[in-house]
Write a protein that binds this ligand. Structure first.
Ligand code: HEM
Length: 449
């Protein structure tokens, strides 16, 4: 006998009918969810301004939600102004499926990763050379987010990116502008600038982002028409154009991948370097593996990546503890049942990635950093949804395959060349700004090994 949505345990409604105040007080949705599940169990309920939300923190129960293929439009409305051809985060399933069928293979293609690898490696080496020459500490997240974004652009646009100047930086600042304001509004604060002024600046930022994108893609098309440069049909823009997608959708797709790849891979790399620096035995093993696989070289080849097994274990353990995207959202399009509850059509479901990764029944001593959890035998004995940094189901991260390559490359080059130590007195506080980052960055001294 199934229980109803209203029977799901959760905190009592607050005076304003939702829990935004409690979420802000907890320091973000991820910490609110952690506490929610500690108090109310693996299926819990709370209120956002526009909807009742069901959060599911148990891998087995998550199976019932894995096929859901819609996201709640309201939660992603802040991204609407960025897209010309419809907000890609919330495209209806019938429109989403054929588009995704083109995008996913392009982003996860092994041969395309290998072909672009030397250019990606050159981006990382440039940063490493700069760090080798500097004496001041490095703000890891800032530097690595920018590097990750350059790598995404290089992969998605091919050699046209090299000609696109400061495209990436301009798009990031426009996106960051929207995001800052959205977070501010969500937390119920006064807008930092008057509403009229704000709208004008948002519009300008969006216009500028779209203009720069248009310019870059036009450049790619002209190169293809003139038969210049390498075979552009291997990159994402080329693949989309060959598949006949209209220019607006091509531009939107590129922007979507840049948004998705901008700070996620950068923060994952920075959390990993931070955690490794705090654990001398892990650092020793990582250095030994890199020295062994690279044998005097400072940069891996594409084929080396799969031999860096311990590096991958440390990365996974870091993404368990600090999942760059700490939650994902779905909406039911038919009635489903989860954990004995009947969820009607239109229910918002959250996948609380951070709370699943710190569920003590799944991960003993969940706050301890221990890469051995990802040794092959240990990983094989766990439920497949116990570790879900890239989300689950038909809308999981389309950049996951590429992210895995770019993060392992960044880690390999940087950990091979440098030893990282936190600047004395610098406190690292995780906060959620749609990605899980450090409030005041992660400031490290960087010394050559
Ligand atoms: C460590 C790195 C990354 C993590 C942890 C991560 C995580 C995620 C998560 C959790 C989602 C939501 C999935 C869901 O709703 O179930 C997502 C979506 C997405 N990510 Fe990533 N991501 C990473 C890197 C990247 C990169 C490098 C790119 C692009 C090159 C990217 C592009 C996207 C896009 C476009 C979406 C929306 C997918 C769709 O709706 O079709 N991500 N990512």
């Amino acid at each position: 006998m199934l229980s109803e949505l209203t029977d799901i345990p959760g905190p009592p409604p607050s005076g304003d009918g939702h829990h935004m105040g409690a979420i802000a007080a907890a320091g973000g949705l991820h910490t609110f969810q952690l506490d929610l599940h500690r108090r109310y169990g693996d299926v819990a309920r709370f209120r956002l301004p526009h909807s009742t939300v069901v959060s599911v923190a148990d891998p087995v129960l998550l199976e019932a939600t894995v096929r859901l293929n819609e996201r709640p439009a309201e939660l992603f409305r802040f991204l609407d102004p960025f897209f010309e051809s419809g907000n890609l985060q919330v495209l209806p399933e019938r429109e989403y499926v054929p588009w995704r069928r083109v995008v996913l293979p392009a982003m996860s293609d092994h041969a395309a990763h290998a072909a672009s690898f030397p250019r990606l490696a050159a981006e990382v080496e440039r940063v490493a050379d700069r760090w080798a020459a500097r004496r001041e500490p490095v703000a890891l997240q800032h530097e690595l987010n920018n590097l990750a974004l350059r790598m995404v652009c290089s992969y998605a646009m091919g050699d046209a990116f090299d000609a696109a100047g400061d495209l990436a930086e301009r798009i990031v600042s426009a996106f960051q502008f929207l995001l800052d304001h959205f977070i501010h509004e969500m937390r119920g604060g006064e807008p930092p600038i008057p509403p009229g002024e704000r709208r004008r600046r948002v519009e300008q930022a969006v216009e500028q982002a779209q203009w720069t994108l248009r310019e870059a893609i036009t450049e790619v098309v002209e190169r293809r028409a003139a038969g210049r440069g390498r075979s552009d049909s291997a990159d994402l823009v080329g693949v989309l154009l060959d598949a006949g997608w209209p220019m607006g959708r091509v531009r939107d797709t590129l922007l979507g991948e840049m948004m998705g790849g901008h700070h996620t891979s950068g923060v994952a790399t920075s959390w990993t370097l931070h955690l490794v620096s705090l654990h001398p035995e892990v650092e020793r093993r990582l250095h030994a593996e890199l020295d062994d696989v690279l044998r005097g070289r400072t940069t891996p080849d594409h084929a080396d990546l799969r031999r860096l097994r311990y590096l991958e274990m440390a990365l996974n353990e870091s993404m368990r503890l600090y999942p760059p995207a700490p939650y994902a959202a779905r909406e039911t399009t038919t009635e489903i049942s989860v954990g004995g509850y009947r969820l009607p059509t239109g229910t918002t479901i959250l996948h609380p990635i951070w709370a699943v990764h710190r569920n003590p029944r799944v991960w003993p001593e969940p706050d301890r950093f221990d890469p051995e959890r990802f040794a092959p035998a240990a990983a094989a004995s766990r439920h497949r949804l116990a570790f879900l940094p890239f989300g689950i189901g038909p809308r999981h991260c389309s950049g996951a395959g590429f992210a895995s390559v770019q993060i392992r490359l960044m880690l390999a080059v940087l950990a091979r060349r440098f030893r990282f130590r936190l600047v004395q007195g610098h406190v690292v506080t995780p906060v959620e700004r749609f990605v899980l980052c450090a409030e005041d960055d992660i400031r490290m001294t960087v010394t050559a090994r």
